[in-house]
Design a protein around this ligand. Structure first.
Ligand code: COA
Ligand code: AMP
Length: 630
C-alpha cells in the first residue's frame, strides 16, 4: 500500500521523477526537455521545452476518448431558480466558438483578457476560450468596485474584457456594466473591445464600436482550434491582496498547473473521472479557478457551478439540496459557509430532508477553521471533514490530509501534514527552524512544486522581495503557526497586514489608503477583529484633522461608503470609530497588533516602546462603543 510518508518523501527527495510520472496524466504536444530548470538560485521552471494546450486537456481529449455525453458542468442557480447541464461536447463547441469570437477581436496568444462575470457558465466558457487561444485570462471577482477593477485593467493591460449585464445577490441585482464602464473611464489603459453577456434580469446599455453582444458574436463565430503553448507560458493572472493598495498579479503557467491540478484530484480529493465534484466558491478566487474550473475538467469530472449562498437562497439547506440533487461525491467550501449554516440551523435539521449518501468527503479551506465548526460538520454529516491550507500564490494545497493517498488521522485545528511536493518548515526570524510545536513563520523550501506561482506580473523585484528574500532558499508564505511532532501544520495567523473576511483575503493597507483619502481624516488604522461568522471583520480607527468639528457619526458613515465605493461590498467594512489618537511606538509605528488583541479581548503585554500607554485605554473604550473589546 502506498503511504503518505513514502509519497511525500519521494516527492521531496526526487521531485523530477515524481512530477514526471504525474505529468503522464496530461497530453503534451511536445514532451519537455527538462522536468525542472533552475536558471538562477531563486527561479525554478517546470517542464521546460514542453508544449501543450490546457483547454485541449480540459475538453477536447475527453470528447475524443468518449466522454462527450458526460456532464462537464452542472449549473445550479438558486438565485434565479434555474439549472442547466452542459455536456463535454457542448462545452467544447461553445468554448471553440467563443475562442473564435475573441480571435475575431484580435486576441492572440499572450494577450490578456479580463473576465468580470458572475457565476454563470459563460464565465467558464470565457476562461477556457482564453486558454484555447493561449491568451492570458485574469478573472476579477464581482464584489469589487470599479476602482479595484480599474487598477487591474491598468496592470494587466487587457486587449478585451468579457463581462455580463449583472450579478445576482440575494438582496439585490448588481449591475456590472456601469461598474465596468466606470472602471474603463478611470483606467489609463483602454481595452479595444468588451464582450457583454446580457442576462434576462438586466439589459446593459452598449457602447457602439467598443461593446459586442455575446449572443450576436457567437452566432457568427468561426470555431477556433487549440493553440500550442510552452509549458512555461502564462495561463492566467489572478490578483490578490498584498500589503499595499496595489494588488499582486499572481502568474500561473500552463504545464506545471495542468500536471499539479490533474494529480491533485485523485491524490488529494480521492475522486475518479466521471464523478461529481463541487467547490462552493466563486470563480473570482483561486479556489474557483483550480477546483470549479481546471481541476475537475482536466480530470474528466463533472463540476457544479452554484450561483447562490449557503444561507438565504432560500434557506440553510441549500448545500444539502445541491449535493443530493446532483449526487456530489466530494465537496469543498470555506468554514464561513458552515458557520453561517450552523448559525441558522444549529441542529442540522435541514440535513435530514436530503439523501446525502453520495457525499464521501468535505474539504474546507480559505481561512482558519475553528474546531467547533469542524466537529459540527463531522457530526452532522457523518463523513470525514478535511481542513487544508493554500493560497492564491500556491494554486493548490500546501498542506492537506491527502485522502487519496492515505487517510490519516484528522486533528482539529490543524491543516494536516505537508502535501507531496511541499517541504514546509516553521522558522525563527533568523531563518533557523524552530522546535516542533514552537511558533514560527511558515515557509516552504524551494523549489516549490508545479502549479505554484512563477512570479508577479511584470514585477520581478516585488516577487523576490515579497516572497524569496526574507528566508533565502525558502518561499515565505506570510502565515505563522507551528508544526507538531507528527508533522501536522497549524496555521494560526498572518505575519503581514492581510486579513481574512469570510474567506476573502483583504489588505488592511488598501483599506487605510481609501480612508486616508477622506478630506477630514488626518490619520487612520485598520485591523481585523475576530467575528463569529466571517472569521474577521475590518475595523477602522480615524483621527480627524485639527479643527474638524463636524458630526462624527456623519464622518464615519462617509468613511464606510467610501470603502464600499472604492474597494467594494466584499470588504464588509461597516465598523469605524473616530478616536483622538492612535497608539504608537516612540518611533511612530502604529501598534495594530496590540489594537487587534484589545478588540478580541485577548491578553497583551504593554509594548516596551509605547509612546503613551494611556492611549490603549482610550482605544479599548472606543471599541466598546461599537461592540468589540468586551
Ligand atoms: N458580486 C457583487 N457583490 C457581492 C458578490 C459578488 N460576486 N459577492 C458578495 N457580494 C457582496 C454581498 O452582497 C455583500 O453585500 P452587502 O454588504 O450589501 O450585504 C458583501 O459583498 C459581503 O458579501 P459576503 O462576504 O458574501 O457576505 P454575505 O453576508 O452576503 O454572506 C456568507 C455571508 C458567509 C454566506 C458568505 O460570505 C459566504 O458564502 N462565504 C463563503 C466564502 C467563500 O466561498 N470563499 C471563497 C474561498 S474558498
Ligand atoms: P487566498 O490567497 O485568498 O486563498 O488566502 C490565503 C490565505 O488564507 C492564507 O495565506 C491563510 O492566511 C488563509 N488560509 C487559507 N486556508 C487556510 C486554512 N485552511 N487554515 C488557516 N488559514 C488559511
Amino acid at each position: 500500500m502506498t503511504t503518505y510518508s513514502a509519497t511525500h518523501r519521494a516527492s521531496i527527495e526526487n521531485p523530477e521523477e515524481f512530477w514526471a510520472k504525474a505529468a503522464e496524466g496530461i497530453d503534451w504536444d511536445k514532451r519537455w526537455d527538462s522536468v525542472l530548470d533552475n536558471p538562477d538560485p531563486m527561479t525554478y521552471r517546470w517542464f521546460t521545452g514542453g508544449r501543450l494546450n490546457t483547454c485541449y486537456n480540459a475538453l477536447d481529449r475527453h470528447v475524443e476518448r468518449g466522454r462527450g455525453d458526460q456532464a462537464a458542468i452542472i449549473y445550479d442557480s438558486a438565485v434565479t431558480d434555474s439549472k442547466r447541464t452542459i455536456s463535454y461536447s457542448d462545452l467544447l463547441s461553445e468554448v471553440a466558438s467563443f475562442a473564435g469570437v475573441l480571435a475575431a477581436q484580435g486576441v492572440n496568444k499572450g494577450d490578456r483578457v479580463i473576465v468580470y462575470m458572475p457565476m454563470i457558465p459563460e464565465a467558464i466558457v470565457a476562461v477556457l476560450a482564453c486558454a484555447r487561444l493561449g491568451a492570458v485570462h485574469s478573472v476579477v471577482f464581482g464584489g469589487f468596485a470599479a476602482n479595484e477593477l480599474a487598477t487591474r485593467i491598468d496592470d494587466a493591460k487587457p486587449k478585451a474584457i468579457v463581462s455580463a449585464s449583472c450579478g445576482i445577490e440575494p438582496s439585490r441585482l448588481v449591475e456590472y456594466k456601469p461598474l465596468l464602464d466606470e472602471a474603463i473611464e478611470l483606467s489609463s489603459h483602454k481595452p479595444s473591445h468588451c464582450v457583454i453577456f446580457q442576462r434576462p434580469q438586466v439589459a446593459a446599455s452598449m457602447i457602439a464600436g467598443r461593446d459586442v453582444d455575446w449572443n450576436e458574436a457567437m452566432a457568427q463565430a468561426e470555431p477556433h482550434g487549440c493553440v500550442s503553448v510552452a509549458a512555461t507560458d502564462p495561463l492566467y493572472l489572478l490578483y490578490t491582496s498584498g500589503t499595499t493598495g496595489q494588488p499582486k498579479g499572481i502568474v500561473r503557467d500552463n504545464g506545471g498547473h495542468a500536471v499539479a491540478l490533474h494529480w491533485s484530484m485523485k491524490n488529494i480529493y480521492e475522486v475518479d473521472p466521471g464523478e461529481v465534484y463541487w467547490a462552493a466558491s466563486d470563480i473570482g478566487w483561486v479556489v474557483g479557478h483550480s477546483y470549479i474550473i481546471y481541476g475537475p475538467l482536466l480530470h474528466g469530472n463533472t463540476t457544479v457551478l452554484f450561483e447562490g449562498k449557503p444561507v438565504g437562497t432560500p434557506d440553510a439547506g441549500a448545500f444539502w439540496r445541491v449535493v443530493a440533487e446532483h449526487k456530489v461525491a466530494t465537496m469543498f467550501t470555506a468554514p464561513t459557509a458552515f458557520r453561517a449554516i450552523k448559525q441558522q440551523d444549529p441542529d442540522g435539521k435541514l440535513i435530514q430532508n436530503y439523501d446525502l449518501s453520495s457525499l464521501r468527503t468535505l474539504f474546507l479551506a480559505g481561512e482558519r477553521c475553528d474546531p467547533d465548526t469542524l466537529h459540527w460538520a463531522e457530526n452532522k454529516l457523518g463523513i470525514p471533514v478535511i481542513d487544508h491550507w493554500w493560497q492564491t500564490e500556491t494554486g493548490w494545497a500546501i498542506a492537506a490530509n491527502c485522502v487519496g493517498i492515505e487517510r490519516l488521522r484528522v486533528k482539529a485545528g490543524s491543516v494536516g501534514p505537508a502535501a507531496p511536493g511541499w517541504d514546509v518548515r516553521a522558522l525563527h526570524s533568523n531563518g533557523e527552524e524552530v522546535e516542533p510545536g514552537e511558533p514560527g513563520a511558515i515557509a516552504c523550501k524551494l523549489p516549490l512544486p508545479p502549479g505554484s506561482l512563477t512570479g508577479l506580473w511584470q514585477a520581478e523585484d516585488r516577487f523576490r522581495s515579497s516572497y524569496l528574500e526574507t528566508f533565502p532558499g525558502y518561499y515565505e508564505t506570510g502565515d505563522a503557526g507551528f508544526i507538531d511532532a507528527d508533522g501536522y501544520v497549524n496555521v494560526m495567523s498572518r505575519t503581514d497586514d492581510v486579513i481574512n473576511v469570510a474567506g476573502h483575503r483583504l489588505s488592511t493597507g488598501s483599506l487605510e489608503e481609501v480612508l486616508a483619502g477622506h478630506s477630514d481624516v488626518a490619520e487612520c488604522a485598520v485591523i481585523g477583529a475576530a467575528d463569529k461568522l466571517k472569521g474577521q471583520l475590518p475595523v477602522g480607527f480615524l483621527v480627524l484633522k485639527a479643527g474638524v468639528d463636524r458630526d462624527r457619526s456623519e464622518i464615519v458613515r462617509e468613511a464606510v461608503s467610501l470603502v464600499r465605493e472604492q474597494v467594494g461590498p466584499v470588504a464588509a467594512f461597516k465598523n469605524a470609530i473616530v478616536v483622538d489618537r492612535l497608539p504608537k511606538t516612540r518611533s511612530g509605528k502604529i501598534l495594530r497588533g496590540t489594537m487587534r488583541k484589545i478588540a478580541d479581548s485577548e491578553e497583551y503585554n504593554m509594548p516596551a516602546t509605547i509612546e503613551d500607554p494611556a492611549v490603549l485605554e482610550e482605544i479599548q473604550g472606543a471599541l466598546g462603543t461599537i461592540g468589540f473589546a468586551k
